[in-house]
Design a protein around this ligand. Structure first.
Ligand SMILES: Nc1ncnc2c1ncn2[C@@H]1O[C@H](COP(=O)(O)OP(=O)(O)O)[C@@H](O)[C@H]1O
Ligand SMILES: [Mg+2]
Length: 237
């Protein structure tokens, strides 16, 4: 596999072409952003920690039969993935109220959501990732009704796998965001699953161990990611 030109530099990762048009290399950088990219900082070890974390989670999801783009780790900060046609829609499942749900609906932070909720957001930093729905996605061609149904079903299946995995490590999976794309006509999970895109709380103390530490200036961001990783069996060496 030969690494070719950089195709895109996002807020946290860079995407490179390879000699295989069906494969890309994702490079996880130390860059950390919040508030739609308005706050940026470099956090030592983050690229490596998230690359390893993501590889571990994608492996668990694949074992559970969920189609993912992940192929293999290439280095500490790089992995090989399938080249997906990404859909500009973010799928969110919430088990416990936090973040924008608390702000926009006035729900109390920490209340259990039963059943868990599913939300769609448009992936668009300039518009601050507005909440959308199936009807808007269909009208504007962001995803077809069939693709939306598949993404919703897969996002809930991910919940069943990961809620248990984190619970075994004494952690609450509060919420998470997934991005999907199309590969050879099939909906496939893309992007990353790391503490950058989910909320994880200690089950006993409810201490935040995810990117909210960065957003809220709590410090110890990467130490928290490593703690979560250790508890679920991710190897960072
Ligand atoms: N398998 C894939 N194929 C094509 N694009 C992908 C794949 N996985 C992730 N991406 C895209 O690559 C970019 C990853 O970089 P990131 O730093 O997260 O960017 P962003 O700032 O757009 O969120 C995202 O735009 C994401 O949608
Ligand atoms: Mg991103």
């Amino acid at each position: 596999m030969e690494k070719r030109q950089e195709l895109y530099a996002g807020k946290a990762k860079s995407v490179f072409a390879t000699d295989d048009p069906d494969r890309l290399i994702l490079h996880f950088r130390d860059d950390t952003s919040a508030f739609d990219g308005r706050r940026m900082e470099s956090l030592a070890r983050k690229g490596k920690v998230n690359n390893r974390f993501n590889a571990f989670i994608m492996g668990k999801l694949a074992e559970a039969g969920i189609p993912t783009h992940f192929e293999e780790l290439l280095s500490d900060t790089e992995c090989v993935v399938k080249n997906l046609d990404m859909l500009p829609v973010e799928c969110v499942v919430r088990n416990i109220a936090a973040g924008s749900l608390v702000k926009t609906l006035g729900v109390e932070e920490g209340s259990e959501l039963d059943p868990p909720t599913f939300q769609l957001f448009l992936k668009n930093d300039e518009l601050h990732d507005p909440m959308i729905n199936e009807s808007l996605a269909e009208t504007f061609g962001w995803a077809t009704p069939e693709q939306l149904a598949e993404m919703k079903a897969l996002t809930f299946r991910v919940n069943e796998v990961l809620k248990q995995l984190f619970a075994d490590g004494g952690l609450l999976l509060v919420d998470y965001k997934l991005e999907f794309g199309v590969f050879q006509g099939q909906i496939v999970l893309g992007d990353e699953f790391s503490p950058d895109g989910c909320r994880l709380w200690d089950a006993e103390t409810r201490e935040k161990l995810d990117k909210d530490r960065f957003r809220q200036g709590l410090g110890g961001v990467i130490e928290a990611y490593e703690e979560v990783g250790r508890r679920i069996g991710v190897s960072f060496d």
